[in-house]
Design a protein around this ligand. Structure first.
Ligand code: CUA
Length: 365
């Protein structure tokens, strides 16, 4: 029947596309995977995944195998009698209740073991971080070093990082697939977690709880440094912002910053005396809580505005076409077009002003 054959062809096509989309979904460029763990917490978590996958595969193959075998072996043939009815067979009912219960109990044991091993923070040297979820970017404060940064979380390799998660707005979720699983960031309830990276490199972090229109643009980088470069980074971050040379483009940019930006952004040495703990300042009725990221060392960060753009400082030489080349210039030219709904309330800047602001901000290493 041609109609039936047409329907069959469509079904094959749709099934094929479905499987292809599932397979290709894993191919997003630079997308981090929990199956690529780079630390003990992520390794424990992916271990639980593999155990469940193996058990589920055995159950699937067993059940489907028996089903297909029975469909073929016991299919209806002309003149075959009615099969024996087993409804109400106590032995069979007990077997198919107990076997799945035992299987689920085995899964439960591995899951609980994983939960305990992920919760047990090893003793030894620890770096403390407060991760603050904003709409829509991440702020990181290091209480021990008294530094604040945004979008890029620097940590030393092979060192326990203890993170306290704080929000004063909506629920976010802190997730670095290759280093640690998701933990909710809940207003009024400070969760905490730890993780450790056993190799240097950059790992993508994501907000994993829908938190408003720009939820997808709430990314951050975890930069895992060796111990020496981490200490160098800390010392550099503890310095006040670089003061631009007199008469330079950057100095004109600093003036624009003071006129247009400093009511929301902080730069230590310009509009702030020292770094402030966002967890404290945002909940204190007296201390000023910054609306936007602290920009003291903006030029050293990998992302702009929660990862909506990368900070491609090497493309940011001044010129009339700066908005075409340089992501910071693009951002300053049209922040609401690039990330609608964000808090940037900057007036329209001329190309000259953008050149000046970019020269200033990218110079803040
Ligand atoms: Cu923050 Cu989603």
């Amino acid at each position: 029947m041609p109609l039936f054959r047409g329907a069959k062809r469509w079904m094959i096509l749709v099934t094929g596309l479905l499987f292809a989309s599932i397979l290709l979904a894993a191919c997003g460029e630079g997308s981090p995977s929990i199956l690529n763990p780079a630390g003990p917490v992520a390794r424990d978590e992916s271990g639980v995944f593999y155990i469940i996958l193996i058990i589920a595969t055995i159950v699937f193959v067993g059940v489907e195998g028996m089903l297909i075998y029975s469909v073929i072996r016991y299919r209806e043939r002309p003149g075959s009698p009615n099969p024996r009815q087993i409804h109400g067979n106590t032995t069979i009912e007990i077997i198919w209740t107990v076997v799945p219960a035992v299987i689920l109990f085995v899964v439960l044991i591995f899951t609980i073991q994983g939960l305990f091993s992920v919760a047990a923070q090893p003793a030894g040297k620890t770096v403390e971080v407060e991760a603050v979820g904003h709409q829509w970017w991440w702020e990181f404060y290091y209480p021990e070093y008294k530094i604040t940064t945004a979008d890029t979380l620097h940590v030393p390799v092979n060192t326990v990082v203890h993170v306290t998660l704080y929000s004063n707005n909506v629920i976010h979720s802190f997730w670095v697939p290759e280093l640690t699983g998701k933990t909710d960031v809940i207003p009024g309830h400070n969760n905490d977690k730890w993780f450790k990276a056993d190799k240097t490199g950059t790992f993508l972090g994501i907000c994993a709880e829908y938190c408003g229109t720009q939820h997808a643009n709430m990314k951050f980088d975890v930069a895992v440094d060796n111990n020496d470069s981490f200490q160098t980074w800390v010392s550099a971050q503890q310095q006040v912002a670089t003061q631009p040379t007199s008469g330079s483009l950057a100095q004109q940019g600093q003036k624009i910053f003071q006129e247009q930006c400093q009511s929301c952004h902080g730069i230590v040495g310009v509009d702030m005396k020292s770094y402030q703990d966002p967890k404290v300042s945002c909940d204190s009725p007296t201390a000023a809580c910054l609306v936007g990221p602290n920009l003291t060392h903006f030029g050293s960060r990998g992302f702009i505005a929660g990862g909506v753009l990368t900070n491609n400082a090497n493309q940011c030489q001044p010129g009339p076409d700066i908005v075409q080349r340089c992501n910071l210039a693009k951002w300053l030219n049209d922040p609401q077009g690039i990330k609608p709904g964000n808090d940037m309330a900057i007036g329209q800047l001329t190309t000259d002003q953008i050149n000046q602001l970019v020269a200033y901000l990218e110079g803040l290493k």
